[in-house]
Design a protein around this ligand. Structure first.
Ligand SMILES: [Zn+2]
Length: 208
């Protein structure tokens, strides 16, 4: 498990050794460290929807926003990008796969912030070193060649670079990226490595 503190914002995420976070019982150590009883997680469906915590969290959505203190929110991932947006009073967690990213999930999460002086945290996800896609895929989505490199005639897409370019367009200057790849680091669950069911959990909370 890893912990980061940005003034009154606590961010933590699990590693493989912390077991599959889809199972509620395995979340206990993370909850204890964040000093909360519950971590609210969206009903993730690779959508572009971010909802406020007061809304119905059983609806399909891939991000949660809150301005409540001591209320932990998180997303489950295994290669997709866990993104935390925050200022000192507001917080959002986002599950960003390629679909959500190109459909505007970061913009949708950002739009909920009252104070647009927002920082971003990017957790463990698949990186340009490992995210092999088809040529057809980059053509269909019209992805700029600055976001991928070709190895052995296959494009390797850097989704984090796409996310960072979106954040910069939104004037998010302070971006903290942990820089680790779920697939080749061996420390995290990775869908591309065959972890189809297991997930890591990235969670955050606003403290006093
Ligand atoms: Zn990698």
């Amino acid at each position: 498990m890893r912990f980061y503190t940005f003034d009154n914002i606590l961010i933590a995420f699990t590693e493989k050794q912390d077991l599959n976070q889809r199972e509620e019982k395995n979340r206990l150590p993370l909850k204890n460290h964040l000093n909360v009883d519950t971590i609210h997680i969206p009903n993730q469906k690779h959508s572009n929807k971010v909802v406020k915590i007061e809304e119905d969290l059983t609806q399909e959505c891939d991000g949660i926003y809150t301005d409540k203190k001591n209320t932990a929110i998180g997303v489950l991932t295994a290669d997709c990008i866990p993104i935390v947006l925050f200022n000192s009073k507001e917080l959002a967690v986002i599950h960003a796969g390629w679909r959500g990213l190109f459909d505007g999930i970061i913009e949708n999460g950002f739009s909920l912030f009252k104070d647009k002086n927002v920082k971003a945290f990017i957790g463990a996800c698949i990186r340009g070193c490992c995210y092999e896609v088809d040529k057809q895929f980059v053509n269909d989505l019209n992805i700029s060649d600055k976001f991928y490199k070709i190895y052995n005639d296959k494009p390797y897409l850097d989704l984090v670079a796409v996310a960072i370019s979106i954040l910069k367009k939104l004037s998010v200057k302070d971006i903290y990226d942990i820089g680790e790849c779920t697939k080749c680091s061996g420390k995290f669950f990775s869908y591309r490595n065959g972890d189809f069911e297991s997930r890591i959990l990235t969670a955050a909370v606003i403290k006093e």
